[in-house]
Design a protein around this ligand. Structure first.
Ligand code: PEP
Ligand code: CO
Length: 448
């Protein structure tokens, strides 16, 4: 049930940070009207199923793996890229589930992750000062003033690209690709020959053997849906509120409102003002929601956010995504975890080990070191183990491709290598090998 004064438009009465300065409001209104007549991308029942999955996580009986691009691009939009991203996430989930015995709830930063919050409204490229790039849903990354003008037509492109991405994801996850008998075929060539790839093959072989064993025992594996299909959910930062409002629909079954642009939506570190428009908007939709929690958050603020975003204390409704930076978790996180626990809020605690560990390398690339990423996850686990709470999940920026954007990993990517395949439009992503490496280390933490 939404708060009393909530409606899909009530956010407009609150200060909305990070909204584009649309030059043509008549055109924006036309686009938003059009979007509000388009079919929903997801159904309320699916969002409720994800809430139920996350309730298991909140209860310490499952683990959340949320992963994908920092920002999806209108330019590198292809079936191969979607498949490669999905399969690295499925591989990570297999490693985690097989090694730790804990079920994994799989959520992509995909099919709608187009908007980027920026620290400054302008940025310097060479000698010119330009309006900041805000993600392909708003403007283009090309370093010219014309490209940086917000274009409402992009909202429609974002909707259509989300729809086709989701369509392919549904086909892959329900139509045979994600079948557990296919675990071997998920390994990409450049991963197969690596250490991580070989480690993965061992698990894949053991799963095959277990399936042959069950078959030999007379269990009809073909009849068991869960071996052949995967539940895979979509998520993005709900940043551009006009777009989110236009896709918000009333569920005919329950009468509740759902933001049907994705299964799960999250609030970013820069827009989590408890009095702000983003918190107001997401407080009233029935979807499971996330909220990023950075190093400046206070215990009072976190309790206020929990109260506003999940007043009924529904398990699975709220995921707090901590992104402190590896060096700050040990100090910052314990009082927050204690405050939330003592207030009786049933949250999922997830760790975003990416955004607090970004720096600019000597070669001038925005990057992250896999060691820092792992260190933040380890520290996050240590805090939860000490407090008796459940380290519920991770939130990772990755791609299925063989990019060189983050440092380290078994192939030891160095600063000098970053130039080879630095392709991200926004933050640096782990490549497939680094992601698999992370999954193995995470599995060890989960097991211990
Ligand atoms: C992001 O998830 O890409 C992002 C901008 O994160 P944050 O809001 O935590 O800075
Ligand atoms: Co990012």
């Amino acid at each position: 049930m939404p708060p009393q004064h909530w409606s899909p438009t009530s956010w407009q009465q609150h200060p909305a940070a990070q909204q584009p300065d649309w030059p043509d409001h008549a055109e924006l209104d036309t686009v938003l009207k059009q979007l509000s007549t388009f079919p929903p991308l997801v159904f309320a029942g699916e969002a409720r199923a994800l809430t139920a999955g996350l309730a298991q996580v909140a209860d310490g009986r499952a683990f959340l793996l949320q992963a994908g691009d920092c920002a999806e691009s209108f330019d590198s939009f292809s079936a191969d890229a979607i498949r490669d991203k999905l399969r690295v996430i499925l591989q990570m989930a297999v490693v985690l589930t097989y090694s730790s015995g804990v079920p994994v709830v799989k959520v992509g930063r995909i099919a709608g992750q187009f908007a980027k919050p920026r620290s400054s409204p302008t940025e310097r490229v060479g000698d010119i000062e330009l309006p900041s790039f805000r993600g392909h849903i708003v403007n283009d990354i090309a370093p010219t003033p014309a490209a940086r003008v917000p274009d409402p037509g992009r909202l429609l492109t974002a909707y259509h690209q989300s729809a086709s991405t989701l369509n392919l994801l549904r086909a892959f996850t329900k139509g045979g690709f994600a079948d557990l008998s296919q675990v071997h075929t998920w390994t990409q060539e450049f991963v197969a020959s690596s250490n991580e790839g070989r480690r993965y093959e061992v698990i894949a072989e053991e799963i095959d053997r277990a399936m042959r064993f069950m078959e030999a025992c007379g269990i009809n594996l073909r009849a068991e849906q869960r071996l052949h299909q995967v539940d895979f959910y979509t998520s993005h930062e709900a940043l551009i509120l006009g777009y989110e409002e236009a896709l918000t629909r009333q569920d005919s079954l329950t009468g509740d409102w759902y933001d049907c642009s994705a299964h799960m939506l999250w609030i970013g570190e820069r827009t989590r003002d408890p009095e702000g428009a983003h918190v107001e908007f997401l407080s009233g939709v029935g979807n499971p929601i996330g909220c990023k929690i950075g190093p400046t958050v206070t215990t009072d603020e976190i309790i206020e956010l929990c109260g506003r975003l999940n007043p009924e204390r529904t398990p699975g409704r709220l995921t707090l995504i901590s992104r402190m930076g590896a060096d700050h978790v040990g100090e910052n996180l314990p009082p927050l975890v204690r405050a939330v626990r003592d207030a009786g809020h049933p949250v999922v605690w997830a760790c975003d080990p990416m955004h607090g560990n970004t720096f600019t390398s000597d070669s001038g690339h925005k990057t992250r070191h896999l060691d820092a990423v792992l260190a933040e996850i380890s520290a996050f686990f240590a805090v939860h183990r000490a407090e008796g709470t459940w380290p519920g999940g991770v939130h990772i920026e990755l791609t299925g491709e063989n990019v060189t954007e983050c440092l380290g990993g078994a192939e030891e990517i160095l600063d000098a290598h970053l130039d080879q395949r630095y392709e991200t439009m926004c933050d640096p992503r782990l490549n497939a090998r680094q992601s698999l490496d992370l999954a193995f280390q995470l599995a060890e933490l989960l097991r211990s």
